[in-house]
Write a protein that binds this ligand. Structure first.
Ligand code: DP6
Length: 348
C-alpha cells in the first residue's frame, strides 16, 4: 500500500507511532576517521559484536496535533539549542523525506547504561530511532537500508541494526550508497563469548568521539599508520570469528584498540581519555593473561570505560581478580545480543 501523507483523512486516523529497542555494540576492529564528515563515510571498515543487556528503548510519534517537536532523552526534555536536539531533528528529516511528509515529532528515549562516557550510546540510540521511524512511517526498509540510514545518526549505529558479529563496509562510492553493515554471524553463533564491561566512571567524557575522530585525522602523524594496518586486522578478525578462536580475536581487538588510542594521544592537542582505573584495568588484564594464562583481552572506545573480552568459563575468575580495583563503579556481564526489534509497549 502506498500511503499519501498529504491526505488529511489518513493523517487524522492513522497512528504514526512505534517503539524500538536496540542493543549497543562494541567494535573489535574500530571505526576511526571519516572520509566524508557530512555523509558519515568512514576511512576504514569495522567489525563489532552487538551486546545484550545494554540497550536503548525509543518511542516516536509523528502527529498533526503536536505544536512543536518534543525530544525527551533519559527523562530530560531537550532544548532546541542543544546539539543533541539538532542531531535528532536532522536525523528525523531523512525519514520524513522518504515518507514525503513533514509533521512534528515526539521522541521519548531511555538508555540503560551511562551515556556519553565511551559506551557507544549513540549506536543503540540511533539504531533504535531508525527502526522506530521505519515502522511509524511504514517505510518497509530492508536491514541494509536501515543500516545505511542509521549511519547518518552515528556511524557505529549502522552496526547495531544486526545481532551477533557485524561488519560495516566502508564502501568505495562518493555518495555512500555502498556503505552499510552486514551480519557476519548471528547472536547464537558463539554462546560462550563474553564481554565484561567495567564502568570506571559514569561521568561524561570531556571530548565527544565525533570531535576526537576529526582532530585525530587532521593532526595525528600516526593516523596514516592506523589506516595501513586496519585491513589486516579486519581479515584476521574474520578468521578468528570463523574459528571461534578467542585468543586470536582478543589479541587483534586489544592491539587494534591500543593503536586507535595511540592516534588520539598523538593528536594536537592530545586526547587522553583514560583515568587511573582504566590504566589499572589494562595492567591487571595483562597480568591475568601472562601470569595466570587466562583468556582476557581489553578493548576501549573513545572514553574511559574498559571492556574485557573473555569466555563464560573464565568470566568469574576475571571479575574476582578485578574486584580489587575499588574505583570500578560497576561490572556488567554481556554476551552477543540481538539486532534491533520493534516492541508493542510504548514509552508514552
Ligand atoms: C571509538 O559512531 O560515535 O566507538 O559517526 O561521529 O557519531 P560518529 O562516531 P561514533 O564513533 C564510534 C567510535 C568508536 C569505535 C567504533 O565504535 O567503531
Amino acid at each position: 500500500m502506498v500511503i499519501n501523507f498529504n491526505d488529511e483523512y489518513i493523517l487524522i486516523f492513522m497512528s504514526m507511532k512505534a517503539t524500538a529497542v536496540a542493543n549497543t555494540n562494541i567494535a573489535l576492529v574500530k571505526y576511526w576517521g571519516k572520509r566524508n564528515e557530512e555523509l558519515i563515510l568512514p576511512y576504514n571498515s569495522s567489525i563489532s559484536v552487538t551486546l545484550n543487556n545494554l540497550f536503548t528503548i525509543t518511542t516516536v510519534e509523528f502527529s498533526k496535533n503536536l505544536p512543536h517537536n518534543e525530544f525527551v532523552i533519559n527523562n530530560r526534555l531537550l532544548n532546541e539549542n542543544e546539539v543533541e536536539y539538532s542531531r535528532i531533528d536532522n536525523f528525523s528529516r531523512i525519514f520524513k523525506k522518504l515518507a514525503g511528509m513533514d509533521l512534528n515529532l515526539k521522541v521519548v528515549s531511555k538508555t540503560n547504561f551511562p551515556i556519553a562516557s565511551g559506551l557507544a550510546s549513540s549506536a543503540s540510540a540511533f539504531a533504535a530511532l531508525a527502526a522506530a521511524f521505519n515502522t511509524a512511517l511504514s517505510l518497509n526498509l530492508t536491514y541494509e537500508e536501515l543500516s545505511k540510514y542509521a549511519r547518518f545518526g552515528s556511524g557505529s549505529a549502522s552496526r547495531s541494526i544486526y545481532g551477533g558479529f557485524v561488519k560495516w563496509f566502508k564502501g568505495e562510492f562518493d555518495d555512500g550508497s555502498d556503505c552499510f553493515a552486514k551480519q557476519i554471524k548471528d547472536e547464537n553463533y558463539w554462546p560462550d563469548f563474553r564481554i565484561l564491561v567495567c564502568i570506571t566512571s559514569s561521568k561524561e567524557k570531556f571530548v565527544k568521539s565525533r570531535e576526537a575522530m576529526h582532530r585525530t585525522v587532521k593532526t595525528s602523524e600516526f593516523y596514516d599508520a592506523w589506516l595501513q594496518t586496519v585491513e589486516k586486522d579486519l581479515d584476521e578478525m574474520e578468521i578468528a570469528i570463523n574459528n571461534r578462536d578467542i585468543r586470536s580475536l582478543g589479541l587483534i581487538a586489544e592491539n587494534n584498540a591500543l593503536k586507535m588510542h595511540a592516534t588520539m594521544i598523538t593528536s594536537k592537542p592530545p586526547i587522553i581519555y583514560w583515568n587511573s582505573a582504566t590504566l589499572k584495568l589494562i595492567k591487571s588484564v595483562l597480568r591475568l593473561r601472562e601470569e595466570f594464562k587466562v583468556n582476557a583481552y581489553i578493548t576501549i572506545d573513545a572514553g574511559h570505560q574498559v571492556k574485557i573480552i573473555t569466555t563464560s568459563d573464565e568470566i568469574d575468575r576475571v571479575k574476582n581478580y578485578l574486584s580489587d580495583i575499588k574505583e570500578v563503579e560497576q561490572f556488567i556481564v554481556s554476551s552477543p545480543g540481538q539486532g534491533v526489534k520493534i516492541v508493542q509497549e510504548h514509552l508514552f
